[in-house]
Design a binder for this molecule. Structure first.
Ligand code: SF4
Length: 473
């Protein structure tokens, strides 16, 4: 898993000046945010569905051992195999062993955030396997040797011209000698290249949007149909999924699917919803000869037993990042993690267990928009605040920040003194901004004022304004 959160601040300070990136993320601000709002407004029972979705996930997480074992039994009964992986290394080892035993040379992959999390492509490529991403977005970032910058739209940072250049460079060997910039023609090229890969693939690897305990089914949603072809045409189908992906029944999955499509893309349903349940049976027209599910823990059990359990409700819709002012200002690569944005700022430190990820919970203004739009009501700001608190307790927060927060906390617990200090602070700030109405440089907050002016306070403190309001009849 790519984690280098330590340099988050320096990367974030450069991102606003990247005109191409800003242009690309602005599409999220308008297109997807508006589409989601329309889709939600058109469904009167949306809020009730959010409650139902959160309740399904909470119930499953409270009984996760039961539903995982039920899922395993259902898969085995239908001729499949279930493997349990404690961490990323074990998950990769299991998949590599299946590839070696079956003599695989070519692997097609459907979009899978867990496989990104465990670094599966790198592990398989190190064994000499030809690994091809079949989701158009994932394929583009694979050609560019980049990580996805969004969990639903991996290429949101890339312009059409950049994609055109990439295809011009890499598709000549597939017979495309002309440079094209039309979106439909670019997609047609991907389709043509993929067709040949699907038919030559020994192994198809997909992720899982949901695993259904009652039937042993894996559900994946795509808009390109690539997931369908990846799991049907290869000799062996391997599913890599986090243990939190299991849900009790198909009915439960249908509630979450309705939430997912609306939250991710602002649509009623995705073009393809594929259920795969075991290997090909006698009489089946197609399907894999072998079917494997690798259930990945990688820090999730630890989350399950503590205060961060609600994070395991996440259905990876990406709505929190589409509405996050920090993500929209700095883009996904700034997080240097497979999981960017608000959900990644919680998940990455929990999964990566890497000190470098500790900077991520601070990439948040705590405005609460992510919680408002989360389809399964994950209290992301509370979880981020808790992570910060734990970092404080563990001594991770040092230097000026620790000193400043210590002084603030000392004052905040002495209301009379706090009121005097803030009143004095307002006077000083008004005096500093007396000529221009704003302050260009503040001692101790130089990093903040380096990029923007601070407006001088116009009135009095909040406490004084509130007291005055209460006195009014
Ligand atoms: S935290 Fe909520 S909004 Fe964000 S990706 Fe997960 S389910 Fe979607």
């Amino acid at each position: 898993m790519l984690v280098n959160g330590k340099d988050f601040s320096s990367r974030a300070s450069k991102a606003p000046a990247d005109a191409g990136l800003q242009q690309q993320v602005s599409n999220l601000k308008t297109g997807f945010v508006a589409a989601r709002a329309r889709a939600v407004a058109a469904l009167p029972e949306y809020e009730a569905m959010r409650d139902a979705g959160a309740a399904i996930k909470d119930h499953t997480l409270a009984n996760l051992d039961f539903y995982l074992e039920r899922f395993e039994r259902a898969v085995v009964d239908r001729g499949g195999h279930v493997h349990w992986a404690a961490d990323a290394e074990e998950a990769c080892r299991i998949v590599r062993e299946i590839c070696t035993r079956t003599g695989a040379r070519t692997v097609t992959k459907g979009k899978s955030m867990v496989s990104e999390e465990i670094g599966l492509n790198e592990a398989l490529e190190a064994d000499g396997l030809d690994v091809v991403e079949t989701d158009a977005g994932e394929y583009i970032v694979q050609l560019a040797k980049e990580a996805p910058s969004h969990i639903v739209m991996p290429t949101v940072h890339k312009t059409t011209n950049e994609i055109s250049d990439l295809f011009f460079e890499h598709h000549r060997r597939h017979g495309f000698s002309e440079r094209v910039t039309d979106a439909a023609e670019l997609i047609a090229q991907v389709r043509s290249v993929m067709r040949e890969k699907y038919f030559s693939a020994d192994i198809g690897i997909t992720g899982a949007n949901f695993l259904v305990a009652e039937t042993g089914s894996n559900i994946i949603v795509t808009n390109e149909g690539n997931g369908d072809l990846t799991c049907t045409l290869a000799r062996v189908h391997i599913v890599t999924a986090g243990i939190e992906k299991v849900v009790p029944t198909l009915n439960d999955a249908s509630v979450l699917l309705r939430l997912l499509a609306r939250s991710a893309l602002g649509i009623e349903t995705t073009s393809y919803t594929t259920l795969s349940t075991g290997p090909r049976r006698p009489g089946d027209a197609d399907g894999p000869e072998e079917y494997h599910v690798v259930l990945v823990d990688n820090g999730r059990t630890k989350m399950l037993s503590g205060a961060f359990r609600p994070m395991l409700r996440c259905i990876r819709c990406g709505a929190c990042m589409n509405h996050c002012p920090v993500y929209l200002a700095v883009g996904g690569h700034t997080y240097a993690s497979v999981y960017p944005g608000p959900m990644g700022a919680v998940l990455t430190p929990m999964i990566a267990r890497h000190e470098a990820a500790n900077e991520l919970p601070h990439a948040c203004t705590l405005n609460g928009r992510c919680q408002q739009v989360c389809p399964v009501k994950i209290p992301l700001p509370d979880l981020l605040r808790r992570l910060r608190h734990e970092q404080w307790e563990d001594g991770f927060i040092k230097g000026r920040s620790r000193w400043g927060l210590g002084v603030w906390s000392w004052l905040a617990t002495r209301p009379a003194l706090y009121r005097v200090a803030t009143r004095l602070g307002v006077q000083v700030l008004r005096w500093l901004g007396r000529s221009r109405g704003r302050i260009g440089h503040l001692p101790l907050a130089g990093e903040w004022t380096a990029g923007r002016d601070l407006p001088a306070p116009q009135g009095t403190t909040f406490h004084a304004a509130w007291a005055k309001r209460k006195r009014q009849p």
